[in-house]
Design a protein. Structure first.
Length: 330
């Protein structure tokens, strides 16, 4: 999700600024006129700069196909950005039981967040069988495939899907997921949405956001480690801490900054901040699940690596489901 400060553009990114990045911060973003929001011409200029850097078909669809004998594969939509077309796939428990609650796992809302996608797939491959006949699973591992291929936060229309989980959503990626989940909303007991933050949040994504919106870019600080964003309307602190405890054995937990904050929000417990997820149109708010959270991990940290980040995401999912099952209301 790569959150940012709750004032202004919440959940649009954080960052710890490197010396190289800091030297670039006085240079205006190369698209648009400072102080003026982008029009269609600027959005098309931005789009022309985006290039495919990896393959959704090779990295995600092929992996999902390898799991087809063990899970039900659901095509819940298709994203068309000519000339590209992307099927949206989710994995579902093969023996779905209406008398069991559902665990919803989402990843890749922001396509550039690699461990969100591959952490979700790792969970399915390595851990999902442990929950058979205990809870129904619905896993949507890559919600934004166009952005996954281009390693970007936005979709092809320069819209952030993670601010677009609303009834009038302008992001088809978000609208498609909401349609998939709608019949099951009341059955979802736990929802964990997997995100990450990279150094590119400060070198590219937040400067682009400010330029797009005609706002001033104010440098931020990337939290050096894993943290969670809970729902300020229903924070469930014991649940959040159970996830943090599980992940701490794998990758460092982000410390607070000098203001006892993470990305401008007060630290409410080690590694945990809260946002009003429904008000902000975030993925974590699409169901009334009792237990819901958003993960953030920092793969560019010298204290971890991408493999550990994938493992941390999978461990977070397991911990979230374990806590939800152990504390399920009768």
């Amino acid at each position: 999700m790569s959150a940012s400060r709750p004032s202004g553009n919440s959940l649009e990114s954080p960052a710890l600024v490197t010396a190289t990045q800091a030297s670039d911060m006085t240079t205006p973003y190369p698209i648009g006129t400072p102080g003026q929001p982008w029009g269609e011409a600027e959005k098309l200029q931005w789009l022309s700069r985006q290039t495919r850097q990896r393959s959704y078909a090779d990295d995600v669809l092929r992996f999902i196909e390898s799991l087809r004998t063990r899970f039900e594969v659901v095509e819940y939509g298709r994203i068309d950005y000519a000339p590209d077309s992307y099927p949206l796939l989710a994995l579902k428990s093969p023996n779905w039981r209406d008398d069991l609650p559902c665990a919803l796992v989402t990843g890749g809302v922001h396509g550039y967040e690699t461990s969100g996608v591959h952490g979700a797939l790792r969970f399915v491959e390595q851990h999902a069988a442990d929950y058979a006949q205990r809870i129904n699973l619905l896993v949507a591992p890559c919600i934004s495939p166009w952005a996954y291929e281009r390693v970007h936060r936005w979709n092809a229309r320069a819209i952030d899907p993670n601010r677009s989980f609303r009834d009038d959503s302008q992001a088809e990626e978000s609208a498609a997921l909401m349609r998939l989940v709608a019949p099951l909303r009341e059955q979802v007991l736990v929802h964990i949405d997997l995100h990450e933050t990279t150094d590119s949040d400060e070198s590219e994504f937040r400067p682009a956001l400010a330029a797009r919106d005609g706002a001033d870019y104010v440098p931020g600080e990337i939290p050096d480690g894993f943290y969670l964003v809970g729902d300020s309307e229903d924070p469930q602190p014991e649940f959040q801490q159970a996830v943090i405890a599980a992940v701490a054995a794998i990758t460092p937990i982000a410390p607070a900054d000098a203001n006892n904050e993470i990305i401008g929000s007060p630290l409410v417990a080690p590694g945990v901040i809260n946002y009003p997820v429904r008000k902000l149109g975030l993925c974590a708010g699409i169901t009334p699940a009792r237990y819901r959270t958003t993960t953030e991990v920092y793969p560019d940290s010298p204290r971890t690596n991408p493999e550990q980040c994938n493992a941390a995401q999978a461990a977070a999912v397991c911990a979230a489901i374990d806590f939800a099952l152990a504390n399920r209301r009768a």
